[in-house]
Write a protein that binds this ligand. Sequence first.
Ligand code: WTA
Length: 658
Amino acid sequence: MTQEEASLEARLEEQEQFEPPESFVEQANVSDPGIYDEFEEHWPECWERAADLLSWDTPYETVLEDGDAPFYEWFTGGELNASYNCLDRHVEGGAEDRTAITWEGEPGETRTYTYGELLDEVEAFAATLRDLGVEADDVVTLYMPMIPELPIAMLACARIGAPHSVVFAGFSADALATRMNAADSEYLVTCDGYYRRGDALDHISKANEGLEGVDHEVSDVVVVDRLDDALEHSLASNQHDYAELVDEHEGASVEPVTRDAEDMLFLMYTSGTTGQPKGVKHTTGGYLAYTAWTSQAVLDVKPEDTYWCAADIGWITGHSYIVYGPLALGTTTVMYEGTPDYPEKDRLWEIVETNEVDIFYTAPTAIRAFMKWGKEYPEGHDLSSLRLLGTVGEPINPRAWKWYYQHIGDEECPIVDTWWQTETGGMMITTLPGVNTMKPGSAGPPLPGIDARVVDANGEEVDAGQAGYVTVDRPWPGMLRTLYQNDERFLAEYWQEYSDEDADEWVYFPEDGAKIDDDGYITILGRVDDVINVSGHRLGTMEIESAVVGVEGVAEAAVVGGDHEVKGEAVYVYAIPEDGYDAGDELEERAIQGVVDSIGPIAKPEEVVFTPELPKTRSGKIMRRLLEDIASGNELGNTSTLRNPDVVDDIAEQVEDD
Ligand code: WTA
């Protein structure tokens, strides 16, 4: 297929439309199209609908407090506890024996926790944390893979009012240290290791190495023994075995601490434009109400469902849609430890079949991998339990959408393509599966009550079909409240671009490009800042660059994202070797290892291209766009504005040769 044919096909496919099946609409939590107008007419009181999904210790007085915008406050005066809302109230309501978490380990063992059992273990661990000295508002860092003790620890923290900061287990020791330092966190919960493609991975060594980089005293470390004898490890004097502590506290009763709606529930560090990760702060009332509401309206979650979000809890998707949203609604949430292709490429479909999963939510990168592996893997399993499919994390191309629709959903499940961010706390732009027509490739209209628009550089709304930037003109309950201890950066990163401060008009800028069609459907085009999206994982190019220039023998580097068939985007490094160093395989290896050590294997560069110079504008700025085009194999535009146009051809030739 030529490029023109491919783009024509993509356009045609994009125009295709799908209606939600009648059988789905009939049972959907939300099926009345009037919901959009209802939210509009009653804004901001419409958000009471979300707050009403929760049990409040003290009712809130005001839905939205905007006196100090953009430091908005939601459900002010209200008090509640997130762990009570995710556990106790379901147990009290008679759902003690319903499964809360069903977990599958990579080697094949399973564990289930009923709501009653989960509450018991959360209380035992909450009592443990208290005994260790954790008090309300102390940040507890959780550096754990997909094992049940991770959500248990999150809920235990929430129970005693200690915000958690989860660090993705695939992140490096350095990344752990950076995050513990930034949050002044004195407590760590981690584990000995976990399974990946049949191997027992050592995690504790990485955690220990990270601890060495923490600049303050770490009081206590709790270590879950996931691997039994598969990995020998010893514990330092301030390190404790999780099971021993929980045994000691078995049967403990820990009253959920009443928290103000605006008290911090957790911190989540995410990548931004500068090298320093941003500590996104989410609060108890607004976040929990918003994740519960979107789980109900968009994911159509019902208490009797088995719901599976195949993400990692170390990212926001897992926080909002494996843990808080689904558990707040009292449903059964599935957790899987391992990779989709182990032991075979049908592992996920086997899990869907044996657990009779109703709702399945994953990332486009996974769908592209399934497509590549072939339809025979899902075909070998009975997937008829599925009712709804979802995607998140990056744009989904129409072809992958249709494959998902046909081969996983059997053309009977609506698909929700949900656009949102760590900062938004929950979904923002997506169809409502029981209401809207679906258009593959386009996320859909903004959710009811969400004022997302596509604007040009001046903030004017663009015409249908034109590309522009996403903005959100009104606040929403799940929004971040600030960047941890850095209000200034919060204002600069998200509000400066489009707000009119003098008029007290605040516009949130998510830093995504998009276009909008005549029906108000928004198609996300990707980040417009220095963030790249590798397999749905958000990585900062600046963080990667500083890792590369930290390698001995590298003088300067530029990092960009280039198109990748499965990952969506992949990391490409262009580097200038230092005088006296050979631009060969050895230096490339070390540069790659430098990135893995400093961030983690997810950031591993696809390729390191050595060049004597980087393409720069006359004012000395690196032309990243050009490097992106080279990495993606796109045609190169005009290079005459460069100070050193020749270098572009040299680099492009090298990339083609490889
Ligand atoms: C991208 C993940 C297109 C987007 C929940 C956003 C998407 C970034 C979609 C946030 C989608 C997320 N279609 N792009 N459905 N969902 N993105 O913070 O660029 O890890 O800004 O949150 O992912 O990534 P984050």
